[in-house]
Design a protein around this ligand. Structure first.
Ligand code: ADP
Length: 401
């Protein structure tokens, strides 16, 4: 439990209509409180705060992010822990897009705010909400350093061969068109945990991390550095996701403009919100899809197979890019909770000496080794913990790590 003088970081993940928060011990990852203010700017706002005394939820009007932050403060004051009794060393903000400007967490200054704003065109759905969270937190916690932790930062180590799209020079130079990658905080956390679990120095280990949530990405991590990743300029590229298709033929927009009169906006909406599992089955939720596979539904069967096929594409590619492979790690909702997806991927790698321990895979709960002792590659389930990673990086940056 929190006691006076104990270091904590308040981690904030602010979206356009929600504000998620967690009070985290950066040393251990222990969390004293988590909460969510949602439906900001919509008719019936909601607040949920979970702490030692339980979960406290109510509905209220939340016209804007300023009010959301006040509600956060009120929730701590009413239900605990008392923020006045906590040694709050930083507020750590998740920021989705740091472009090529940020390769590490950064203490927020006026110039940093301006840069995050300049990057809006690269992440129009995310960076504006992230910045609103920062600006209101600066007002509510004026004496605490605000630290921005970027989803793209971990991938700034991508070699040019991996980050460069073969497109005209003007696009690359004037419009910053390149592969940035996302989910970096999760990939950083999981790849470090894998090295710990293998009992080897991070600098020695080659890992493929499969972050499979509603959004999904694969990353090749060599010695703690991201060397290839499946998301690109935007979080649409790569794996098949809940509502996004991942890789498609770049000729698709023109084709659809011609045959269906689709505008850029129509196309973007369909690729962001109507594709992936949803487009193939009518449900974006892998639990539904797996249930329907068991019930013999052919659409669900096809969707599951398409997801696994694309995963195999990336695992094979990244094994080749790395040139060696010590571990494959599964994380996020599907990676942590779907033995079916994990088995479907790992079984197809048996020709390369990768061997699943079926019982361990079925029983996996929390961190678990799911490959057998004779496997050529260790396969792990590692629950991601982006809040801890943000707290750790923020505390380290302000000299409290
Ligand atoms: P987000 O990217 O929104 O944080 P999550 O990491 O929570 O998403 O992952 C959500 C996905 O995880 C959904 O497709 C959900 O169906 C899937 N998932 C959660 N639990 C299970 C489970 N037991 N079996 C299969 N899929 C699961």
């Amino acid at each position: 439990m929190t006691s006076s003088g104990t270091r904590r970081v308040l981690v904030i993940n602010a979206g356009s209509s929600s504000l998620k928060y967690q009070l985290v011990d950066p040393g251990t990852g222990a969390s004293d409180a988590t909460g969510l203010v949602e439906r900001i700017g919509l008719p019936a706002g909601r607040v949920r705060h979970t702490c030692a005394s339980g979960t406290h939820a109510h509905e209220t009007t939340v016209p804007d992010h300023v009010r959301a932050m006040e509600l956060l403060r009120t929730a701590f004051a009413e239900h605990g822990p008392d923020l006045a009794q906590v040694d709050l060393v930083a507020v750590g903000h998740r920021v989705v897009h740091g472009g090529a400007d940020f390769s590490a967490p950064t203490v927020v200054t006026g110039a940093v705010v301006d840069t995050i704003r300049r990057l809006f065109p690269l992440a129009p759905l995310h960076n504006p909400g992230n910045l609103q969270g920062i600006e209101v937190a600066q007002r509510v916690f004026p004496d605490v350093p605000q630290v921005a932790v970027f989803d793209t930062a971990f991938h700034q180590t991508l070699p040019p061969a991996a980050s460069t799209y073969a497109v005209p020079r003007a696009w690359r130079e004037q419009y910053r068109v390149r592969r940035y990658g996302f989910h970096g905080t999760s990939h950083a956390y999981v790849s470090r945990r894998v090295a710990d679990l293998l009992g080897r120095p991070l600098t020695d280990v080659a890992t493929i991390v499969l972050h499979l949530g509603n959004g999904a990405s694969a990353t090749a991590v060599d010695g703690g550095r991201s060397v290839d990743t499946s998301m690109g300029l935007t979080p649409l590229e790569g794996l098949v996701m809940g509502t996004r298709p991942g890789d498609v033929d770049p000729g698709l927009p023109r084709h659809l403009a011609e045959v269906a009169g689709l505008s850029v906006e129509d196309y973007d909406r369909a690729l962001s919100t109507e594709s992936g599992l949803l487009g193939l089955t009518g449900s974006a939720d892998m639990r539904d899809v797996e249930q329907r596979v068991q019930d013999g539904d052919p659409d669900a069967r096809l969707a599951f197979d398409v997801v696994v096929h694309r995963l195999l594409h990336y695992v094979g590619a990244y094994a080749a890019v790395l040139g060696r492979l010590d571990a494959i790690a599964f994380t996020a909702g599907i990676g942590e909770h779907s033995p079916l997806v994990r088995a479907a991927v790992v079984d197809r790698l048996s020709g390369f000496g990768v061997r699943l321990d079926e019982a361990a895979n079925e029983a996996a709960h929390g961190e678990a080794l799911i490959s057998s002792p004779d496997s050529s590659v260790a396969v792990w389930v590692v629950p991601t913990n982006e809040e801890w990673e943000i707290a750790r990086q923020a505390a380290e940056l302000v000299g409290e790590g």
